[in-house]
Design a binder for this molecule. Structure first.
Ligand code: FDA
Length: 406
């Protein structure tokens, strides 16, 4: 029988990072993944350039049933720590929008870095290799794999979330959590485009491809979300960073509210224009909105577009402004796990130590990364959680292995 200090299931972002740290701290670590390739999600992330962290990542950028849980791991492994690692490996990077850091060249650079870190820790990797079962055996675990039974003091579940099943995502981690008595916070696709009933969406189909900055919000004032980002109209609904962000906060059957002219006092501006302008309402609106959107919007209000603004009633201008600045609509659903970037929900953090990501009820069993109920915003936050939770767990495994040997 094979024997290790720790078996990490899942050679993705969190699993590889954790394994490297634990191995370098002296633990004998085996990483197993059922895919032939490591870290497929890193490979396709950030349009192939991997938005590997966010300079400003903090607990406020994460959703969880237990929002305080992520604090400890995020504080003990920060974006600056990961930037220092990337620089040590001489990977060139640049900052984009709102603190988002990307590789200059390729996401492959991050994967190669993680593998070098694993090599330095003498980590063994089995791929492709299926895992059939995990069970407790005395104070340790036995893991049934395609290459035989492995005995290990610790098992780390790093199998990620449900999005993009076509590149290896499975519910294995969630099933294992349930098997060991852990509660699962209901899972749902997040960072995902929103869809609408085809009849309700028909007037907006001609806008497919149009993008503009908006303010978008959903949910209660406390606990809901609000973002100022770009919105993209699609054939089936709405996408773009604004909608991906708000999708994580959206609950089925509830509305979202969009301000299509953020930062403008549209009602006041139209009333002022009425006093001085000889233009038509449709032309006046072009000062505030892209032409395609203004046309589509006024198409819903017969006669208004061609009416001189000077002859338009204040109440009609106010109604128009309000419809544009608090556009309320109820999505029928999302594009699902096929298009989602991340899974919200997952292993309930109440059952885990925030210091070590170890199960409170099953000593030696850890859950890290996306399988845990900690979900980041769009913009490098989910990888930062993978690194931070992986580091917290990897250090704990290294310390435990050292203690066992002492
Ligand atoms: P991850 O998914 O990385 O790894 C899980 C591993 O477990 C995989 O290798 C899988 O094969 C393996 N596995 C699954 N089931 C198994 C089983 N039964 N047996 C054995 N192995 C199994 N985030 C971000 O911060 N910046 C970004 O730019 C992007 N971009 C992005 C683009 C796209 C298209 C997607 C889908 C996602 C992103 N993300 C992102 C999110 C980010 O990729 C994600 O949150 C992390 O990869 C999660 O890391 P984990 O290690 O938890 O899972």
């Amino acid at each position: 029988m094979h024997s290790y200090d720790a078996v990490v299931i899942g050679a993705g972002a969190a699993g590889l990072f954790c394994a490297g740290i634990a191995g370098q701290a002296g633990a004998r670590v085996l990483v197993i993944d059922h895919s032939a390739k490591v870290a497929e999600k890193i490979r396709i992330s950030g349009g192939g350039r991997c938005n590997f962290t966010n300079r400003d990542a903090g607990p406020a950028n994460f959703l969880s049933d237990n929002p305080r849980f992520c604090r400890s791991a995020l504080a003990r492994y920060t974006p600056q720590d990961f930037i220092a690692l990337v620089q040590r490996h001489r990977i060139a990077w640049h900052e984009k929008h709102k603190g988002q850091l990307f590789c200059d060249e390729s996401a492959e650079d991050i994967i190669a870095m993680l593998l070098r870190e694993c090599d330095q820790g003498r980590v063994t990797r089995w791929q492709p290799c299926g895992v059939q079962a995990v069970r407790q055996a005395g104070a340790a675990f036995e893991v049934d794999t395609d290459r035989g039974v492995v005995r290990s003091a610790r098992v780390v579940v790093a199998t990620g979330g449900l999005p993009v099943p076509q590149i290896g995502a499975t519910d294995f981690g969630l099933r294992l959590a349930r098997q060991f008595g852990h509660r699962i916070i209901e899972t749902r696709p997040a960072l995902v485009p929103l869809t609408f009933d085809s009849a309700a969406w028909a007037p907006f189909v001609p806008l497919a491809g149009l993008s503009l900055p908006v303010t978008i919000r959903t949910g209660p004032a406390k606990g809901g979300g609000e973002f100022l980002e770009d919105l993209l109209f699609t054939h089936r609904g709405l996408s773009g960073p604004a909608v991906l962000q708000i999708s994580s906060y959206w609950r089925g059957g509830t509305p979202i509210t969009i301000d299509l002219a953020p930062g403008q006092a549209l009602g006041t501006a139209l009333r002022e224009a009425k006093l001085a302008s000889r233009r038509k309402v449709g032309n006046e609106l072009l000062r505030f909105l892209p032409a395609r959107l203004a046309e589509a919007w006024l198409g819903e209000e017969p006669g208004l577009s061609d009416r001189p603004i000077a002859e338009t009633k204040d109440k009609d201008l106010d109604r128009l402004a309000a419809s544009l600045q608090s556009w309320q609509l109820t999505p029928s659903g999302t594009e699902g796990y096929r298009k989602a970037e991340v899974m919200a929900g997952g292993v309930d953090t109440q059952g885990l130590s925030s210091q070590t990501l170890e199960s409170r009820s099953v000593p030696g069993l850890h859950f890290i990364g996306e399988v845990v109920d900690v979900t980041g915003w769009l913009g490098g936050y989910n990888f930062q959680w993978a690194w931070a939770s992986g580091a917290a767990c990897g250090r704990a495994i290294g310390a435990a292995a050292a203690a066992d040997r002492a």
